[in-house]
Design a protein around this ligand. Structure first.
Ligand code: SF4
Length: 306
């Protein structure tokens, strides 16, 4: 674990690609079963109109054009990084396999793209999609990012995730059987959740064959249904201090080999209603690192094996 008290994404990417690595967020023009009426129309409680892809490139552009734009922006910061094509917006395995294949292969054909990361829902991985992912996994470095958000069934119903925990677990095992790396998205600060609920979610992740986790702060975005609950005074976002202490707890309980892909949330400042402190990302990370040091927290120090 380099000089950070947790398994960081930078260190992990350097092990794989040998240099700085940039993820280019794409909008492949997909929708989501929780939006199109298959299992809901209003989406998850916190989901924005951009389908959790508020920083993704413009869906009106081709995948190649989106990647070229992403590369131009990155070139201002880093020289010759490795690129990962990140299918971020909405549900990126929710289309016929022929369409998925075309979009993924277009991304991989772009010069400099050395890996692909696909964000999706656990209930959108039918057998033919799994076969396609297994095929891709043999050609490139592939990550599948699954939005668990919480392992608590009541909380999952409250946020309208749309499937039970068992579906998530089955998806993880189906991907693991194919040697596909899984990154789990967990949200901290969900309505009604306590420290105990969150640590139960971390324990659930620890038990599964996953390689990465994103810890994300719940954002209240103006174009989400959560905004109505917040405006009515029925949801109180975490304070910065509460969030940092909770992340510290998660890191302490997390299995040591799991790579932490994210420790904050990335809210769109144009639509973020709360918590506004999260916009100062550098400050949040600095405060977190200070907190970890002061409290001698390292990843896995409170991990319980099962
Ligand atoms: S699964 Fe993702 S894209 Fe679909 S409604 Fe939920 S957060 Fe939005």
């Amino acid at each position: 674990m380099e000089n950070k008290p947790y398994r960081s994404l930078n260190e992990y990417y350097r092990e794989i690609f040998g240099r700085k690595t940039a993820k280019i967020s794409l909008d492949g023009g997909f929708t989501c079963p929780n939006r199109d009426g298959t299992c809901g129309t209003r989406g998850c409680l916190f989901c924005s109109s951009g389908g959790s892809g508020d920083f993704a490139e413009n869906a009106a552009l081709s995948i190649t054009e989106q990647i070229e734009r992403g590369k131009t922006q990155t070139a201002e910061k880093w020289k010759d990084p490795a690129y990962i094509a990140y299918f971020q917006a909405f549900t990126n395995t929710y289309a016929p396999v022929a369409e998925l294949r075309q979009k993924y292969e277009e991304a991989l054909a772009c010069p400099g793209v050395e890996g692909i990361s696909i964000a999706t829902r656990a209930d959108c991985l039918p057998e033919d999609v799994l076969d396609l992912l297994a095929e891709l996994n043999k050609k490139t470095k592939l990550w599948v990012e699954l939005g668990l958000q919480t392992a608590d069934e009541a909380s999952a119903i409250r946020i309208r995730r749309g499937y039970p925990l068992s579906v998530f677990e089955q998806a993880v095992y189906a991907l693991a059987e194919r040697n596909i790396s899984v990154v789990v998205h967990v949200i901290l600060g969900l309505p009604g959740e306590t420290r105990e609920t969150v640590l139960n979610t971390i324990d659930c992740v620890n038990r599964l064959p996953v390689q990465g986790i994103k810890l994300q702060l719940l954002h209240v975005l103006s174009d989400s249904d959560l905004a109505e609950i917040y405006d009515a005074g029925n949801y109180t976002p975490l304070t910065k201090e509460e969030y940092i202490a909770l992340v510290g707890d998660c890191i302490a309980h997390l299995r040591e080999d799991i790579v932490i892909h994210r420790l904050t949330g990335d809210g769109d400042k144009n639509t973020l209603l709360a918590p506004l402190w999260s916009l100062r990302k550098r400050d949040v990370l600095n405060s977190l690192h200070k907190y970890l040091k002061e409290n001698q927290i390292r990843q896995g120090i409170k991990y319980k094996s099962f």
